[in-house]
Design a binder for this molecule. Structure first.
Ligand SMILES: Cc1cc2nc3c(=O)[nH]c(=O)nc-3n(C[C@H](O)[C@H](O)[C@H](O)COP(=O)(O)OP(=O)(O)OC[C@H]3O[C@@H](n4cnc5c(N)ncnc54)[C@H](O)[C@@H]3O)c2cc1C
Length: 380
């Protein structure tokens, strides 16, 4: 079959990108060297958030993506636990309450639906601790089960005739004037007009043989899963300090940052995150870091201390040098398109990423937002 595009990577970015290309009538194939979404998308929370973004391009992308998530659940059915349950950001102390009030005001100015609440917050989240001084509430922020979203898309696409190649490593890319040749482990070769590298923290493995690279590094995060119990968590709850860690682009290798982010799941368990550190591709759980994550979460929801930890896991966020996703062609022919660098927001930003990448391939619109997301911004 002649292909318009091979999408490498079946994580959340590759899944939505393949869907967006298929919706535009392009002939697509998806390749992953593991099963479905074996990388970071499998080791993530499922928060779809505007509340943790500063006004600017990331907030605009997030708002667009939240609306596309809603459309996905409406158009294709909600088989991925998509739930626009809202997000609560918790301030402790007067200084934090003032800063949170300013953050809410800036979001409202940008047209985002949110409110500052300095009294009566237990009506929103009954288990917030006595240190709470105010909350911000974002009713349109949402949650999803990322693996179910990837499964839903794979099922849709496979029913639509899109071939998936699982457990097949892509070993080489050869961009030429008319097509890109994609060599898979075992020798199979696919040819397509474009290739999308939705390969997360592993993107440079395929770029370096082409003499290219993007500044993306793995940034490890820990999550603890707590047993189901009687601690009610209605919305996604985050410490106000969470945003500062998520937006920190210093790339400091010497510290492990933690800040609380708490999410209840459909099955009743509670996910407690998270940490941020640069430790290469090492995915071991560090019990000291995990203790800090749990202490942070218990500081804002003390009743969580009653619940037992069922398990813990880590994942590697694709951290871009300047905090923005990296979307666009990297080769001279414009056939090898990178879609990575979403750090801790890839679940939220997957639909808007897919929309932008699909427009690049279908219509040649490779420089949305004046090139702010284009890989060439890093060229010296
Ligand atoms: C602890 C933690 C919590 C998070 N919480 C959230 C959250 O609440 N909300 C949010 O929006 N984001 C969150 N994130 C971030 C989010 O998970 C990522 O941004 C997102 O999963 C990145 O998706 P991806 O598809 O780019 O990468 P991946 O899911 O890593 O997909 C890349 C795929 O490429 C494949 N691949 C790579 N190289 C090759 C090759 N040569 N051949 C074939 N296949 C290849 C890999 O097998 C992999 O499946 C979190 C991340 C972590 C670690």
């Amino acid at each position: 079959m002649a292909l318009d595009c091979v999408v490498i990577g079946s994580g959340i970015i590759g899944s939505f990108t393949a869907l967006a290309l298929h919706e535009r009538g392009l002939r697509v194939a998806v390749v992953d060297r593991g099963g479905l979404a074996p990388g970071t998308s499998r080791s993530s929370d499922g928060n779809l958030l505007s509340s943790d973004k500063s006004p600017g391009l990331m907030l605009a992308l997030s708002e667009r993506s939240l609306s596309l998530w809603g459309r996905f659940a409406r158009d294709y059915g909600n088989h991925c636990e998509y739930d626009p349950k809202g997000a609560t950001v918790v301030a402790r102390g007067t200084g934090e309450a003032e800063a949170l009030a300013a953050h809410v005001a800036a979001h409202r100015e940008a047209g985002v639906d949110c409110r500052f609440i300095d009294d009566g917050w237990l009506a929103y989240e009954p288990h917030l601790g006595p240190d709470t001084s105010a909350i911000g509430y974002w009713p349109a922020d949402a949650q999803v089960q990322p693996m179910l979203a990837c499964y839903q898309i794979a099922r849709l696409l496979q029913e639509g005739g899109v071939p998936y190649r699982f457990y097949r490593d892509v070993t080489a890319l050869e961009p030429g004037p008319d097509a890109v040749a994609v060599t898979l482990e075992g020798g199979e070769r696919l040819e397509a007009g474009h290739v999308v590298l939705a390969t997360g923290v592993w993107t440079n493995e395929l770029l370096e043989p082409l003499g290219r690279s993007v500044p993306v590094r793995p940034r490890k995060g820990h999550i603890a899963v707590l047993e189901r119990g009687d601690v009610q968590v209605n919305s996604k709850i985050a410490d106000f300090g969470y945003q500062a860690t998520a937006e920190d682009t210093s790339g400091d290798e010497s510290t492990v940052q933690t800040a609380a982010i708490i999410e209840s799941t459909r099955s009743g368990t509670i996910l407690c995150g998270s940490s941020r550190e640069f430790s290469g591709f090492d995915r071991r759980v560090d019990h000291h870091t995990l203790s800090r994550v749990l202490a942070d979460c218990i500081a804002i929801v003390p009743d969580l201390a009653r619940l037992r930890v069922l398990r813990a896991y880590t994942g590697l966020r694709p951290f871009p040098a300047d905090g923005l996703p990296i979307l666009g062609p990297v080769d001279d022919q414009g056939r090898v398109v990178v879609a990575t660098g979403h750090e801790g927001a890839g679940q939220g930003l997957a639909p808007v990423t897919a929309e932008l990448v699909a427009e690049m391939i279908a219509k040649g619109e490779t420089r949305p937002f004046d090139g702010a997301l284009h890989p060439e911004r890093f060229r010296q």
